[in-house]
Ligand binder design. Structure first.
Ligand code: DLL
Length: 431
């Protein structure tokens, strides 16, 4: 199903012509209205009038998260404040939040972009959608909210948290679509089971995103909530949700390429990589007015394919991200991505899908501990059973990671649940 079939199935030559025209416009807007971009482009000796093809993109300098922080709060905006209708912000682990602003047209484009993605997985006007993302400065809740409104769904703007109430309303209101982070969906599923209402729910579709979700974790969510789980991706700096999302075939996430121009670069050298190679995703906005970005380094690692999808969409697809360049833990010289650990834990039947990863330093030696929650605490009474389970997890982790990891099995319910993005990594090593 399509929200905007024409745009979503544009032949590639027409799409590229449109992208080039929009790229020129966006670069000119940045150059004219933003001292930051004027300086960047002048320093690179590449003012916007030099752009003649999409290949010229590589001459444009990158934009990074620090640019937002350095220009806090509104220094990156290219529209006057009276034209900015909405502000959102995302707080990182350090420093000032990144602040983003939207004009009326930006808000309209945003809800169109998200609407495309949710219609692509079958959401429609008959749905009752429970938005369990946190409403507020985070782009997730309002991003999905206005798109659901646009397609005519009935929205329950419950926000995140208060999980038992989530389950009660889900049952009483006959919620058919759940919108949340995948980790919160797992927690909702667990709570529904404890409340004994698992079989009374009418959920059919999960619109998840905002954090990684391995295939194994998706399997867990689908089993516990009995729904079709789909993934959508985005970031505040570029728009919020609505950058890319799966269609019903779930073979990668379609990028709204008429609004965002994607590239894959080598995160170390910054060189653009050819199609099919894995690297860091870089995005340029093509239609934004309030806060356009040129070559924003997302830090997310993925791979793009331009092959036409079975659903008929022509827009490039990105693979589910395998992690962020800044998520990666370097343990004794080996690169470890939390998603690798996730894929092991999620398929071990005796443990819950809740875990923590703790990196420490002993002398000059980095160590990694994975704390996993048991489903049944009686295992703790049997040394042989406990050791057997610990050995199995340790072995499976060694196969995937290539290094030895300490595995600790902890009491059921002892690892904190998250109502938003799960924070699974604790890095105690000195900086
Ligand atoms: O998380 C926007 C969003 C909200 C997307 C709701 C989808 C649904 P930020 O808080 O700025 O924005 O975080 C952006 O989250 O660079 C990725 O590292 C990560 N991320 C977002 N979506 C996904 C996803 C929102 N589907 C950062 N899979 C991004 C993996 C994701 N990581």
């Amino acid at each position: 199903m399509f929200f905007d079939k024409n745009a979503e199935t544009l032949p590639r030559s027409e799409l590229e012509a449109l992208q080039l025209e929009r790229l020129k416009k966006t670069a000119a807007l940045c150059y004219e209205k933003s001292p930051l971009y004027k300086n960047k482009l002048d320093e690179a000796g590449f003012p916007p009038d030099k752009i003649t093809s999409l290949a010229d993109l590589k001459h444009i300098p990158f934009t990074v998260k620090e640019d937002f922080r350095d220009n806090y709060p509104f220094g990156m905006f290219t529209a006057p404040m009276r034209e900015i209708l909405r502000l959102h912000a995302s707080s990182g682990t350090t420093g000032k939040p990144t602040v983003v602003g939207y004009t009326r047209k930006d808000l309209d484009t945003w809800s169109d972009c998200v609407a495309r993605l949710i219609v692509a997985v079958g959401a429609n006007g008959d749905d009752i959608a429970q938005v369990a993302f946190g409403y507020g400065l985070f782009t997730g809740a309002l991003g999905l909210h206005y798109a659901l409104e646009k397609i005519g769904a009935s929205i329950i703007p419950i926000s995140s948290g208060n999980t038992e109430k989530q389950v009660t309303l889900m049952k009483d209101f006959g919620t058919t679509v759940l919108v949340s982070t995948p980790s919160y969906a797992l927690h909702i599923g667990e709570t529904a089971k404890e409340m004994g209402v698992g079989n009374d729910l009418r959920l059919r579709l999960g619109l998840f995103g905002s954090e990684g979700c391995t295939a194994e974790m998706r399997g867990q969510i689908e089993k516990s909530l009995n729904l079709f789980a789909t993934d959508n991706y985005g970031m505040s700096e570029v728009m919020g949700p609505g950058v890319s999302g799966e269609c019903e075939y779930r073979r990668g996430l379609h990028l709204n390429e008429d609004h965002f121009l994607p590239e894959i670069i080598d995160p170390v050298t910054g060189e653009t990589l050819p199609e099919g190679e894995k690297g860091e995703l870089v995005l340029t906005t093509l239609t934004k007015e309030g806060l356009p970005v040129l070559r924003y380094r997302t830090r997310d690692i993925t791979v793009l394919t331009y092959e036409k999808c079975e659903c008929g969409r022509t827009h490039a697809r990105m693979a589910k991200t395998t992690g962020r360049t800044d998520d990666m833990l370097k343990i004794r010289g080996v690169n470890v991505f939390p998603s690798q650990i996730d894929s092991v834990i999620m398929v071990i039947g005796e443990v819950a899908p809740h875990y923590e990863i703790v990196a420490s330093r002993e002398g000059n030696h980095d160590t990694l501990e994975v704390r996993v929650e048991l489903i049944d605490s009686s295992v703790l009474d049997s040394y042989a059973q406990l050791e057997g389970l610990r050995d199995k997890i340790r072995h499976n982790l060694r196969v995937v990671l290539g290094i030895d990891v300490k595995v600790s099995l902890v009491e059921p319910k002892s690892i904190a649940r998250s109502a938003g993005k799960a924070k699974r990594v604790i890095d105690n090593r000195p900086k």
